[in-house]
Design a protein around this ligand. Structure first.
Ligand SMILES: C[S@@+](CC[C@H](N)C(=O)[O-])C[C@H]1O[C@@H](n2cnc3c(N)ncnc32)[C@H](O)[C@@H]1O
Length: 288
């Protein structure tokens, strides 16, 4: 994911580091790989705060049920049920590996009551389910894996069909002049460095290949290609059009405010006008 998710709108590009012969090291274990990801990428508290604020502004009440599509470890769904005893959540993912990590590292830490309100589903987001949620999210750009318009339309249509009358669908998206360049950004954390590497971009198909690498400071080893994303870069306007075609009656797009130094301040406002900056991350909300 672009580094500093939802914080930076005018991130400066970093020069590509000189390639050194990497030290040989043991592969990261499954747990190390997810811990490094969680410490670098997700900001579920900020996402939940934003959803609650927007849902309340639209419907005048707090949302109760959440469907987290492409949930990975299901961190957001587990955080959601901790808000209060009316909150329920479903996390859907095809892959048992992140789900298994999530069960041990997030779900097992919930109280018995919270656990009774959270359900992991090892399934496809395109399948039919017998529940509807107030809020559905597809975050960390996971829907970029649908490369064809018809496939994305199928997914958005399925979400629309699984929504309550007073539901809301939130997606995040990123872009900017730098998002379509072969470029590696890095963010240094206390014990590791996170790299977001745009390795290939095809201007004719908008397909892009991204990698996440991590350097662990204790041994100085850079673990290459820990995560791979073979995606299509979707444009904001195109997403709004496809959501409308999928049957959503209203869409709202947001833009992040900036601090004096030009970096994002975490404050997202509805708008249809924005500066064409180097790098941005934002949300769309679609209503049934
Ligand atoms: C970029 S990860 C995001 C995970 C999570 N949102 C997060 O930030 O940690 C994408 C996830 O989508 C899952 N996935 C891909 N296609 C899917 C599908 N059709 N249905 C359900 N999950 C899917 C993958 O297994 C992977 O865990």
């Amino acid at each position: 994911m672009p580094a500093e998710k939802k914080k930076t709108t005018t991130r400066k590009s970093l020069p590509k580091p000189l390639k050194k012969a990497p030290a040989k090291a043991a592969k990261l274990t499954r747990d190390e790989k997810y811990r490094l990801y969680l410490a670098s990428v997700q900001n579920t508290q900020a996402d939940i705060k934003f959803i609650n604020r927007e849902y309340k502004a639209i419907y005048g009440k707090a949302p109760k049920s959440l469907r987290e599509d492409f949930c990975g470890t299901g961190l957001m769904a587990c955080d959601w049920v901790q808000q209060n005893d009316e909150c329920t959540a479903y996390g859907i993912d095809l892959d048992m590996e992140p789900l298994a990590f999530g069960v041990v590292n997030h779900y097992d830490k919930l109280s018995e009551d919270e656990q009774s309100r959270m359900k992991y589903i090892n399934g496809n987001v395109l399948s039919k389910y017998d529940f509807k949620a107030d809020v559905t999210v597809a975050f960390n750009f996971s829907y970029y894996l649908f490369k064809k318009r018809t496939d994305l339309l199928k997914y958005f249509t399925s979400v629309r069909q699984h929504m309550k009358k007073d539901g809301a669908f939130f997606i995040d998206l990123f872009g900017g002049t730098e998002a379509r360049k072969e470029l590696e950004e890095s963010v240094k954390h206390k014990n590791h460095t996170y790299y977001w590497d745009c390795s290939k971009y095809n201007p004719l198909t908008a397909e892009c290949l991204y990698y996440i690498h991590f350097k662990t400071h204790k041994d100085g080893v850079k673990h290459e290609k820990v995560y791979t994303y073979d995606w299509r870069m979707w444009d904001a306007r195109e997403l709004l059009d496809i959501l409308e075609e999928a049957g959503f009656s209203k869409t709202q797009i947001y833009w992040e405010g900036v601090d004096k130094d030009g970096t994002g301040n975490g404050n997202f406002k509805k708008t249809l006008k924005a500066e064409n900056c180097e790098s941005w991350v934002t949300y769309i909300c679609a209503l049934p």
